[in-house]
Design a protein around this ligand. Structure first.
Ligand SMILES: Cc1cc2nc3c(=O)[nH]c(=O)nc-3n(C[C@H](O)[C@H](O)[C@H](O)COP(=O)(O)OP(=O)(O)OC[C@H]3O[C@@H](n4cnc5c(N)ncnc54)[C@H](O)[C@@H]3O)c2cc1C
Length: 391
């Protein structure tokens, strides 16, 4: 097969890139190792920054957000006996939207199918080749067991943290940075109306907790747990009791309403960046190039921002052999990546219990400052609601 851009990975980065390229008249073929249903069902991120929403709306992907999304003005930050609301709209003039990654993925799949774009699901052994030439290709085995090869002008590595693209960059031509945190998140999805109108981020001596939501009838909640925690160690009652304690059930009359838990998983926390986000004709986007701990709600938004930069760059390369934007892609994307890496690390470090009492006092001092100083609050709000895509 021959196309303009061969894309490895049909997550949000890969499918949105294919969509943006198609809007610009650029062809692509997507290769995905998992089944379409598996990709669609993955429970992951749930918050869209204002710039992500603006972008999705501008390319015809805003209908679902309008119909089912929930615009939030801000978040609650709390610690025992105190809860404060930060109003991002008042502070920096921007909001965020609660709209699950499963919904974003469903919108992207619907758009891809409506346009008849080629996506090979259930593909195995995907591998990029000849990346330091002008004629790269991707080989894979399709769902029927046939060997396939896609020749392209460029390859987009949108295959997440464990795909082949990141590793296709020779060791001596990449730098990596990594931080592994000494705790994980136990995340649950529950069939119960959220007990809050906006997200609650709670510092507590027992560990961080968070109350998020996916819709008017589905809540998403998280607990800080030690690394290596097994889901089986957390029966439903234990989860609701810990959430009630950490989120302040009863404080000023606030009630946490428990409900039927439909999904439970443990998510390790990691920061990771690989630079440059390009090797010859291979361009990395989204989790293929970087990982953030989810405390700052940045992973999905970074994937969207990366491909928003990459699509016009690949358009210029394919149509005009103009390399100015592809040459600038890695540096431009990394500026925003590192800003979001810092914000995600900062939120994580401010809210999770390390076991060190000195750390705990520093965290509380930081929380008091962020919730009582206009400058502190605006800094958090500007980063959380999201910086411009080309920041
Ligand atoms: C388990 C998990 C839970 C998360 N939870 C949250 C959360 O609660 N809040 C939050 O803000 N963020 C969360 N995130 C982060 C957010 O979901 C990601 O940042 C986002 O999915 C990035 O999109 P992406 O398209 O770059 O990568 P992905 O969504 O990972 O998509 C990559 C795609 O490539 C495919 N692929 C992998 N290997 C191959 C291969 N060899 N061949 C072909 N295809 C391949 C994968 O199957 C996948 O479909 C979570 C991430 C993970 C992994």
């Amino acid at each position: 097969m021959r196309t303009d851009v061969a894309i490895i990975g049909a997550g949000p980065a890969g499918l949105l890139l294919a969509h943006l390229l198609a809007q610009d008249g650029i062809e692509s073929i997507v290769v995905e190792s998992r089944a379409k249903e598996y990709v669609a069902a993955r429970i992951r991120a749930g918050i869209l920054e204002s710039s992500s929403v603006d972008l999705l709306r501008s390319v015809g992907l805003g209908a679902g957000i309008e119909a089912q999304g929930d615009e939030h003005r801000g978040i609650y930050l709390q610690w025992p006996s105190e809860r404060h609301h930060l109003d991002f709209v008042d502070l920096v003039g921007r909001s965020v939207w609660v709209y699950g990654q499963t919904q974003v993925q469903a919108d992207l799949v619907a758009a891809s199918e409506a346009a008849g774009r080629q996506v090979y699901y259930d593909a195995s052994d995907a591998a990029p080749h000849h990346l330091d030439t002008d004629h790269p290709c991707v080989t894979f085995t399709d769902a029927g067991g046939a060997a396939q090869r896609i020749d392209a002008v460029a390859v987009a590595g949108c295959d997440g943290s464990f795909g082949p693209s990141r590793a296709a960059v020779p060791d001596d031509q990449r730098d990596t940075w990594e931080r592994v945190y000494p705790y994980s998140w136990l995340g649950i999805l529950a069939d119960v109306a959220p007990s809050t109108d906006e997200l609650i981020y709670a510092w507590h001596p027992d560990g961080f907790a968070m109350h998020s939501m996916r819709s008017a009838t589905v809540s998403r909640l998280y607990l800080q747990v030690p690394n290596g925690t097994a889901v089986a160690d957390w029966p439903d009652d234990r989860i609701w009791t810990a959430l009630a304690t950490r989120l302040g059930h009863g404080q000023d009359g606030w009630q946490l309403t428990p409900g039927l838990i439909t999904d439970k998983s443990v998510l390790p926390m990691r920061s990771f960046v690989q630079s440059p986000m390009r090797h010859g004709r291979l361009f990395l986007a989204g989790d293929a190039a970087h990982t953030v701990p989810p405390t700052g709600a940045k992973g999905l938004n970074l994937a969207i921002a990366d491909v928003a930069l990459l699509a016009p760059a690949l358009g210029d390369l394919v149509r005009k052999s103009d390399t100015a934007l592809v040459d600038a892609y890695s540096d431009t994307a990394l500026r925003r990546v590192w800003r979001c890496e810092h914000f995600s690390w900062w939120m994580t470090s401010m809210l999770h219990i390390s076991g060190d009492p000195f750390d705990a006092q520093l965290q509380l001092a930081q929380l008091r400052w962020v919730t009582s100083s206009a400058a502190g609050a605006a800094g958090l709000a500007e980063n959380y609601a999201g910086l411009p895509i080309g920041f």
